[in-house]
Design a protein around this ligand. Structure first.
Ligand SMILES: Cc1ncc(C[n+]2csc(CCO)c2C)c(N)n1
Length: 228
């Protein structure tokens, strides 16, 4: 069994919760409160700034030029393609790129990005890939599901989001990460596999927490009224 097949079995209960989440369902049927989406866009922008650094670390840890080049392309794609979706939504909300960058991260954004950066900086290349894979894989799966909801892809507000995450490019990117992790674990011991599985499941759980955070617009308890 490929290592990714083992992970795919383990992630099922968490993915089921993602797909049923009111934030995700609301994007699919177009009923999501735009204020919740606005909050999410800001937090996701901050998230992606940190996430992109994982690709830079990946380029440093890569063992061959081809893999290094792919990480460099992913870094560029995140900053200049994926985040341009956020900047376009920002225009609709009246949020400038500078305002996005100056926003305060929520506790969940901080915890998720810091966890990934810790793994990326102190771990092996396989550990870094295990940390970043749930992000690409779970969004692709959600994008594919939402795309099939009638009207979702052409929705005048949420359609662009669905289009981006259900696109072939994002699918290929998730597949590249899956294949790289499988390649890096061919000779891994059971102890190494267990450590990788724990990292993978932790960031899978953080993906769910991110939807929860966005839906409830959760900031630090004492600051809640100031930050919304
Ligand atoms: C919390 C959160 N998780 C996953 C993604 C999706 N995503 C982030 S980077 C990437 C691949 C490279 O650009 C993908 C698919 C997101 N936007 N926000």
């Amino acid at each position: 069994m490929k290592f990714s097949e083992r992970l795919h079995e383990k992630l099922q209960p968490i993915w089921r919760k993602n797909h049923a989440h009111p934030f995700v369902r609301g994007i699919g049927d177009g009923t999501l409160d735009k204020e919740k989406f606005r909050f999410y866009m800001i937090q996701d922008y901050l998230y992606l700034i940190e996430y992109a650094k994982l690709f830079a670390i990946g380029a440093v840890k890569a063992r061959d030029v081809k893999t290094m080049g792919k990480f460099a392309a992913l870094l560029d794609g995140t900053l200049n393609e994926e985040m341009s979706l956020h900047r376009e939504y920002g225009k609709k909300f009246g949020i400038s790129a500078a305002e996005f960058e100056q926003a305060s991260p929520s506790p969940t954004t901080l915890a998720y990005t810091h966890y990934m950066l810790h793994v990326g900086q102190s771990g092996t290349l396989a550990e870094l890939v295990a940390a970043v894979l749930p992000c690409a894989w779970s969004y692709w799966e959600i994008g594919k599901e939402l795309k099939d909801i009638p009207g979702a892809i052409n929705h005048d507000f949420y359609g662009d989001w669905v289009k981006m995450y259900s696109s072939k490019e994002f699918g290929q990117l998730a597949q590249w990460c899956i294949d790289l992790l499988d390649e890096l674990t061919v000779e891994a011991s059971e102890a190494e596999r267990n450590a990788l599985e724990e990292i993978f499941l932790n960031t899978t759980r953080f993906e769910y927490l991110f939807w929860e955070m966005a839906y409830h617009q959760t900031m630090w308890p004492a600051d809640e009224d100031d930050e919304k």
